[in-house]
Ligand binder design. Sequence first.
Ligand SMILES: NC(=O)c1ccc[n+]([C@@H]2O[C@H](COP(=O)([O-])OP(=O)(O)OC[C@H]3O[C@@H](n4cnc5c(N)ncnc54)[C@H](OP(=O)(O)O)[C@@H]3O)[C@@H](O)[C@H]2O)c1
Length: 317
Amino acid sequence: MRIVVLGATGRMGGYLVPWLVEAGHQVITVSRGAEPLFRPHAAWKAVQHVSLDRAVEDAAGTLGARVRAMQPDVVIDNICYTLDSARHLVEALAGQVSHFLMCGTIWVHGPSSQVPTSEEQPRRPFGEYGIQKAAIEAYVLEQARRYGFPATVLHPGHIVGPGWAPLNPAGNFNLRVFRQLARGEELALPNLGLETVHHVHAEDVAQGFWLAMTQRSVALGESFHIVSPGALTLRGYAEAVAAWFGQPARLRFLPWDEWRKTVSEEDAQATWDHIAHSPHCSIRKAERLLGYHPRYTSLQAVYESVQWLIDHGKLEI
Ligand SMILES: NC(=O)c1ccc[n+]([C@@H]2O[C@H](COP(=O)([O-])OP(=O)(O)OC[C@H]3O[C@@H](n4cnc5c(N)ncnc54)[C@H](OP(=O)(O)O)[C@@H]3O)[C@@H](O)[C@H]2O)c1
């Protein structure tokens, strides 16, 4: 098949694109830069690359025509963040493609209610990112159910892998948190440390896209969570990281308003965004319908990422 991947060179694409090439597909990668950002692989030599900036094409109203002109059988849209952009692309591709796979996020759910959260639960998104992603999901699935547009939406958790900083046990991206735990230093966590984060390895995200694409008939018109088998509490996550380095976790718990003063504004905002969602999503639907079996638990995925950071001199323990 001729497969166009929008936003191909990043975390998930670094795994998916080589799989698509190895399976014999013709792959057209689309992003601003041509180089894989995290995962070099010989397969990148076999793709056709188109450099474009989606923001520019969206503003000019030309993205849909450009993608349609690539004559794809399948489009994997990894970088859609607004309903307008989704609508424009879907209108351009209706009747032109056999499968359209869209990357969403588990943040379409807003705060958790009954956990593990299933795909069927009502959406209560907050924050512009989650609100737009939920609107995109509702729109493309409506196009699927009402008009037969061949869409599937995949919702990853916090994507982890070798090459970038994972979401840490304080719910932000500051690498100092891993250093503190590795050295047995005291770490303050907000509230009781019982809010949750739900990671997924980038390879497992690619697995989700691969399975949905290769099992088109069950995936059409559906959305799926693509996460690790279980979410982590901040506290449990911190204890596990300390244990990797042979340390006890010396944790201190502070009410949110006190805790936020102990970190930078940027870290506090990231932590707030994550703990206000406290995702804990079910993978039962993806297991049952697609045969999705994540290769990594959350801790295995984070361990690999942290080890990569240490090995590459990006995290001094
Ligand atoms: N990261 C997470 O933890 C996470 C969690 C849940 C859901 N998601 C979803 O996963 C998807 C991917 O997000 P990500 O952060 O993980 O990114 P990513 O896939 O690692 O990288 C983004 C890709 O898109 C390209 N790109 C970025 N801006 C572009 C533009 N304006 N025009 C054309 N290409 C562009 C990048 O290459 P260039 O920079 O060279 O253009 C790269 O290939 C998104 O839909 C996001 O909502 C991510």
